[in-house]
Every structure is written in structure tokens, then in C-alpha cells.
Design a protein around this ligand. Structure first.
Ligand SMILES: Cc1cc2nc3c(=O)[nH]c(=O)nc-3n(C[C@H](O)[C@H](O)[C@H](O)COP(=O)(O)O)c2cc1C
Length: 507
């Protein structure tokens, strides 16, 4: 056993992250022993070259949240705090994404936009890639890709050139979000030759540029996304990260890149302990989502923010996704305070059981019209048809040929609206709110209970982020004492701190 001589207050000493901590302890046989904890600042966590190259101070990214839930305000708040936020472009009409690009055009901080694979709307995916190219959006979060597409490769290779010193410069950077090895492998590889050839044939790049592009990875940085809010494969972070990280070093060797491939971690991170674990495993950066939705800057309603602040670990479940409903794809959502998951699952069961709306037995159909749609299904189809005539008329043509597709579009109306009712705080539709959320939300609430961060109106996205980073550094320092058999004080806890307190500790 080791007894320590008096360090007045070990917790306080550990919190002064920039100060080394020296403790003289005495072994049971009386031998004195020096124990040392080095300074560890939040900006030292993660990969310094990642931060430098991306142009941020802290290895902390706010992930894209669809329909502008990760709003311009959130991107701005994170950017001004030396971190990086992605604008949630998915599910928004083109003009709204363009407006967000406009409002961030003169920003003097780093930010990025989501480029989400849209199997149902390939034209929109291509149009967004063009918009980002044209308006010099230099960083995108690529997500939901199952394979690499032409617009994505076009974005990555646009403007590629060789600098005077011989270095290959690709001005557009992709941070890819994946939950599977196979996909990480595609992003860590150079762009597929076939797509490069197609771009050359179209005159989008020159043969020389294609040659340069064949020497760089599609994405130097990949975010391994474990069990998270929204679309997720529900992988445990501690199982997923080491696999993707080891793949990165194998791919780096295989292609002999001149740059280092890096891996960040998302999914389940909303506490200092989770952040510390991510960095300990070797994460270049961490990415959060669920917790940010409960913050004041998020583009959702106060009603949802309040629901999120009440959420506990087990209050989330998987439910059918609106965008890939027919394929049986699911998303992680809140189940407490809403009947959405149950109702959406019911719709999927009906979709699987019948081949057209008219085949649904009358009592079942009546229930749907009364409880979910609040209108005859014929009226819903009329509105849906009008919507698609403007957005994508091919859907209408197909639905009028194929009654099962018509049924899918009507059911997807409910799933799509359910996200809007939540975002808009529609008071007559609380039981239908679709709120994407992962177990991280419950973890955060438990950690923040009893502190100022328990109240949703106090949750600022950068304050939460600073706390996670500060707490991760503090816990890492505390562990260095534990590993040297120094007992931490019984009341040692990592508590939420106000910005001003964090600033003082870092001074
Ligand atoms: C409300 C919400 C919406 C999301 N929408 C998107 C999206 O449109 N595109 C995307 O790449 N990821 C999306 N995500 C995933 C986040 O960007 C992030 O990867 C994830 O939330 C991290 O895991 P966590 O929820 O456990 O923090 C969403 C997550 C949430 C909670």
C-alpha cells in the first residue's frame, strides 16, 4: 500500500490541466516514491495534425443532423469555439441548403456540410455536390454511402493539382462516416479508376488530374460511427473503433500514401468518460450528435429539447426509417413520450402484408386514418402526389403503375411528417414525434443531473463540448494516479463546469 503525503486538494490539482502534479508517496516499508502527472490540455487529446490540417484547435466535431437540426447557429457556435460543426443538409430542399451556404460564406472559422447519399434522389445528391464545389465549401461529411458515387468523386477531385514542392493538393476534403470495414476500405482507397475515367470523359477533370487523384485517398479521415442516434448499425464503440483504426494503418501501408490516415469516433459519446475512452483507444477526434440536439442552438423545438432532457439510457429504440422504408432500414429514435416507433413499425408490418392500400382490411384502415393520418388515405395520397409532382415526378409515374409503391409513398408521408411535427413542436402531434436519438442522450442526462446542464435552456453546444474535453483530460490525468496506486479522494467526481470555471482552470 502507498500512503501519500498531503497534496492539499488532489482534485483541484488535477483540474489545473496545464500544471504538472508531483506527489511524494511513501511505500509501506518507508521508501519514498515520486509520482508525476504531466500537463494535459484539451487540445492535446486526439491527433494534433488532424486539428492543424482541418484548421481547428480542439479535436471535437459536431456531426450532421438532418433537416438543419445541426443548424447554422450550431455550426457557428462550435466554429467560434475552435471546434467544427457540420450543417445538417440531409432532408432539406436544395434552396435551404443554398441559403445555409450563403450565410456561412464569410465565416472566419472552419465548418463543413453534410453530403448524404440519396439513393431515391440521385439528382439532389449531384446538385449538392455541385453547389459545394461552386461555392467553395471545402469540407463535407459524407454519410450513408454504400459505395462511392460520381458526384462524391467529382467533389473530392475538383481542383486537384501539384504544388511547386511536388505535394499533391486536393482542396476539397471529405470526412467519411462509416460503421463498416468494407466501406472504410473504400474511403481509404483512391477514387475508383472507372469513376475517374468517367470524369475525364465528361471534361470535369483532366487526365493529369485523374492521375494525381489516383494517388490520394477518397477520405484521409474516417469517422467510425458506433451505436448512435438516427441511422446506425448499433455497433459497440469499443468493438468497432480498433477494427477501423487497424484498417487505417494497413491501408496506409498498402497504398504508400504520403499522408497519415486517421480515424475519429462517434456514437455514444456524451460524457467525459466516453470521450476519454475514445481518445485512449487512439481516436483522432470525437464526434457527437444526440447531445447536441438537446442544446439551445439545435434546429428543433423546445418541446423536443425538454423530452430529450428527460431521456434515460433505455428510452431509445429502432424504428423504420422514412428514406429507406421499403428496404426495412431502421433508425434509432426516442420512445419515451411518443408512440412514433410503435406506429411506424405497424405501418411497416402492413406494408409487408399487403400489396396495395385497397387490400388493407377496412377496420385496420380505419384505425390508421383515425389515429395516425387523421385523414382518409385518399387525401394523403392526393397531397403526397402534389408534393412529388414538384420534387420528383418519376415517383408519381411509378406509384400510378405500381400500387405497392403508392402505399410506400403514403406511409413515408407519415414517417416524414413525424420528424417535422417534432422539429416544429406541433402540439396536436406530440404522440407522433419522430426524434432521432441514441443512448448517449441518457448517459449525458445522468452525468448532468443536478447541475446547471440538467436544464435544456442552459445547454450550449460549445459549453457541453468544452466540458467533455476538459473532463476527458481530467479523467486521463486522474487515471495516471490510479495506475500508480495513488488513491483518489473519495469525493473525486468530474462535474459539469461553467465556461468561466473551465477558463480559470486552464489559465
Ligand atoms: C437528430 C439526429 C439527426 C442526425 N442526422 C444525420 C444526418 O443527417 N447525417 C449524418 O451523417 N448523420 C446524422 N446523424 C448522426 C450524427 O451526425 C452523429 O454521427 C451521431 O449522432 C453520433 O452519435 P450519438 O448520437 O451517439 O452522439 C444524426 C443524429 C441525430 C441525433
Amino acid at each position: 500500500m502507498i500512503s501519500t503525503d498531503k497534496v492539499h486538494n488532489i482534485t483541484e490539482a488535477l483540474r489545473k490541466l496545464s500544471q504538472p502534479l508531483r506527489i511524494t508517496s511513501v511505500e509501506s516499508d518507508g521508501t519514498p516514491r515520486g509520482v508525476y502527472v504531466a500537463p494535459l490540455l484539451p487540445e492535446q487529446l486526439g491527433d494534433r495534425t488532424f486539428c492543424r490540417e482541418v484548421g481547428i484547435l480542439y479535436p471535437y466535431l459536431g456531426g450532421s443532423m438532418a433537416k438543419g437540426i445541426s443548424s447554422v447557429a450550431m455550426v457557428l457556435e462550435l466554429g467560434c469555439a475552435g471546434m467544427l460543426g457540420f450543417f445538417g443538409a440531409a432532408g432539406l430542399p436544395y434552396t435551404e441548403v443554398e441559403a445555409a451556404v450563403d450565410s456561412l460564406a464569410d465565416a472566419d472559422f472552419r465548418y463543413g456540410f453534410n453530403l448524404i447519399h440519396s439513393p431515391h434522389e440521385p439528382d439532389l445528391e449531384a446538385a449538392l455536390a455541385e453547389l459545394y464545389i461552386r461555392r467553395n465549401v471545402r469540407l463535407v461529411e459524407a454519410s450513408a454511402f454504400m459505395t462511392l458515387t460520381l458526384p462524391l468523386v467529382r467533389y473530392r477531385t475538383h481542383g486537384i493539382h501539384r504544388a511547386a514542392d511536388g505535394e499533391i493538393i486536393a482542396p476539397n476534403r471529405i470526412i467519411a462516416k462509416v460503421s463498416r470495414e468494407e466501406l472504410a476500405e473504400k474511403f481509404f482507397s483512391p477514387p475508383p479508376e472507372k469513376l475517374l475515367r468517367q470524369l475525364v470523359d465528361e471534361g470535369a477533370i483532366t487526365a493529369g488530374q485523374a492521375e494525381l487523384a489516383s494517388q490520394i485517398p477518397m477520405a484521409q479521415d474516417v469517422t467510425a460511427e458506433a451505436d448512435s442516434g438516427g441511422h446506425t448499425d448499433n455497433r459497440p464503440a469499443i468493438a468497432l473503433f480498433p477494427t477501423i483504426n487497424s484498417l487505417a494503418s494497413r491501408m496506409e501501408q498498402k497504398f504508400g500514401y504520403s499522408v497519415k490516415l486517421r480515424v475519429g469516433l462517434a456514437g455514444g459519446i456524451a460524457t467525459p468518460a466516453a470521450a476519454a475512452a475514445a481518445f485512449t483507444m487512439g481516436a483522432a477526434y470525437i464526434m457527437t450528435g444526440s447531445v447536441n440536439q438537446s442544446c439551445v442552438e439545435s434546429g428543433t423545438s423546445d418541446a423536443v429539447r425538454r423530452m430529450l432532457a428527460e431521456t434515460r439510457q433505455a428510452d431509445v429504440t429502432m424504428a423504420p426509417a422514412a428514406d429507406m422504408f421499403e428496404m426495412g432500414v431502421t433508425v434509432q429514435v426516442l420512445k419515451r413520450g411518443t408512440m412514433f416507433p410503435m406506429r411506424a413499425t405497424k405501418l411497416y408490418e402492413i406494408y409487408r402484408s399487403y400489396d396495395r392500400l385497397d387490400a388493407i382490411p377496412a377496420p385496420e384502415r380505419e384505425k390508421l386514418e383515425k389515429a395516425l393520418f387523421l385523414a382518409p388515405l385518399g387525401d394523403i395520397w392526393r397531397d403526397t402526389r402534389a408534393f412529388f409532382l414538384l420534387r420528383d415526378p418519376r415517383q408519381v409515374e411509378r406509384a400510378e403503375r405500381d400500387p405497392k409503391h403508392l402505399m410506400a409513398l403514403v406511409f413515408r408521408w407519415y414517417l416524414g411528417q413525424a420528424a417535422h411535427w417534432a422539429k416544429d413542436g406541433a402540439s396536436n402531434r406530440t404522440m407522433d414525434y419522430q426524434v432521432w436519438c441514441g443512448p448517449a442522450m441518457g448517459a449525458f442526462n445522468e452525468w448532468a443531473a443536478g447541475s446547471f446542464l440538467a436544464a435544456p435552456e442552459q445547454r450550449r453546444v460549445a459549453t457541453v463540448a468544452r466540458n467533455l474535453l476538459f473532463g476527458a483530460a481530467l479523467l486521463t490525468r486522474a487515471n495516471i494516479l490510479r495506475y500508480q496506486e495513488i488513491k483518489l479522494p473519495a469525493d473525486f467526481r468530474i462535474e459539469p463546469l461553467e465556461d468561466i470555471q473551465i477558463k480559470e482552470y486552464l489559465a
